[in-house]
Ligand binder design. Sequence first.
Ligand code: CTP
Ligand code: CA
Length: 229
Amino acid sequence: LARGAGAADLAGRHVVVSAGGTREALDPVRFLGNRSSGKQGYALAVTAAARGARVTLLAANVELPDPAGVDVVRVTSALELREAAVKAAADADVVVMAAAVADFRPAVYAAGKIKKVEGEEPAPVALVRNPDILAELSAHRTHPSQLVVGFAAETDRVLENGRAKLARKGCDLLVVNEVGEDKVFGTDSNEAVLLAADGAEVPVPLGSKEQLADLVWDQVAARFGTRPL
Ligand code: CTP
Ligand code: CA
């Protein structure tokens, strides 16, 4: 299983992890959101800290207590997460985007609560694209050897879609989860494959989110390899 679990192989490294799911406000009381619990991102933060890393955890709407010894930055929307991620990435050795980032946000934010009007149909909600934070971080690395890791949830053609997504995002590693109606979201375990830009393909057996996290850190630590602190 995880080779480096229990080792201090991330000592001296600054690790940035995003967790949870962004919320895109429609008005002061409503938002578009997703079901990400944040458990995988928190497991990544906790295991990285246990392996000696300095950890910045960007938490988007996560209902979990702050892990001990981790610097937690709370954010709500994709635009806030992007700002926090760019800031934290400045001196990061690796950035792991485990958060579920909303692809779209409402084109218009209503400053007052949206009211229904008697006898009128509701207006459709216009959406605009959010920035792709993972692709941006991959394209604008703050150090040539900075590593960038993404997560992807796929429902079908998992490997094919995963490889294409890895190439599109330009990141070093992509953790591809197979998801369905009742798989993964909010549960304590995961089944995944780690795809690397260097061609490596590491299957992840069904296990806990901590076990998956440690396998991710094994791959990251191996790629830090010879690189000095
Ligand atoms: N991601 C991101 N910014 C976005 C969307 C996604 O940084 N606006 C990151 C996620 O945090 C994740 C990875 O990209 O690490 C893959 O997310 P996913 O939703 O699978 O990718 P998309 O490119 O949005 O593809 P899809 O159309 O399948 O949703
Ligand atoms: Ca998406």
